[in-house]
Design a binder for this molecule. Structure first.
Ligand SMILES: [Zn+2]
Length: 181
C-alpha cells in the first residue's frame, strides 16, 4: 500500500496517536527521573535539630507511657527525644564528643546502651567534666571510657557518631548542645 492511498483521516489519526504516545513516553521518563531524584534526596536527607528545647520531655511518656493525669512535662517529641531516639538505634559502637554532658535522659540512654553491650566512648571538656550537674561520674562508674582534653583550650565539639544500626558504616548526624534539665 502506498502512502497516497491511505485516507487522510487515517493519516491524521496515526499522527495524533504517534504524537500522544511520544508525549506519554516523555511524561513517563520525566516521572522516572523525578522519582529517582526524590530517592537520592531522601538518601541524603539530613535533619537538623535545635537545642535547647522549649519544654522538658516526659521520658516516661516515650518509654512506657505516662499515667500521670497532671503531668506537666511535654508529651510531644522534643529535640532531646529525637536525639535519644538517634542514640537508641546504635547497635555496636557509639562515639560521643561533647563539650558538656548534663542531660540525665541522654545519659540514661547511653548507660542503657552500654549495659546492652554497645561500646561507648566519650570525649568531653575537662573543666566541664567537673561542673555540678555533669554526669561524667555516672558514665565512668559504669565503666564507660571518658577522656578529657589535656590542654587549656576548650574541647567545644558537639557531635556523636553511631553505627546507626541499619547496616551502614558510620553516620554523623547530630549536634549535641549542652543543656541542663
Ligand atoms: Zn508525662
Amino acid at each position: 500500500m502506498v502512502l497516497g492511498s491511505i485516507p487522510k483521516w487515517l493519516k491524521t489519526l496515526a499522527y495524533a496517536l504517534a504524537i500522544s504516545t511520544g508525549f506519554e513516553l516523555l511524561y513517563y521518563l520525566k516521572k522516572c527521573k523525578e522519582s529517582e531524584n526524590e530517592k537520592k534526596a531522601k538518601d541524603n536527607e539530613v535533619e537538623v535539630i535545635f537545642f535547647p528545647d522549649k519544654t522538658v520531655a516526659c521520658d516516661a511518656y516515650f518509654s512506657y507511657g505516662c499515667s500521670n493525669a497532671s503531668c506537666w512535662l511535654a508529651h510531644e517529641e522534643t529535640s532531646t527525644m529525637k536525639l535519644k531516639a538517634f542514640l537508641s538505634n546504635t547497635e555496636k559502637l557509639l562515639d560521643i564528643c561533647v563539650y558538656c554532658i548534663a542531660s540525665d535522659i541522654l545519659v540514661d540512654e547511653v548507660l542503657k546502651l552500654h549495659d546492652q553491650g554497645v561500646i561507648v566512648r566519650v570525649i568531653t571538656d575537662q573543666a566541664q567534666a567537673l561542673e555540678l550537674g555533669v554526669q561524667v561520674g555516672r558514665l565512668r562508674a559504669a565503666g564507660i571510657e571518658v577522656r578529657t582534653n589535656a590542654t587549656n583550650f576548650f574541647m567545644h565539639h558537639k557531635f556523636a557518631i553511631s553505627d546507626g544500626g541499619q547496616g551502614y558504616d558510620w553516620i554523623i548526624q547530630l549536634v549535641w548542645q549542652c543543656h541542663v534539665r
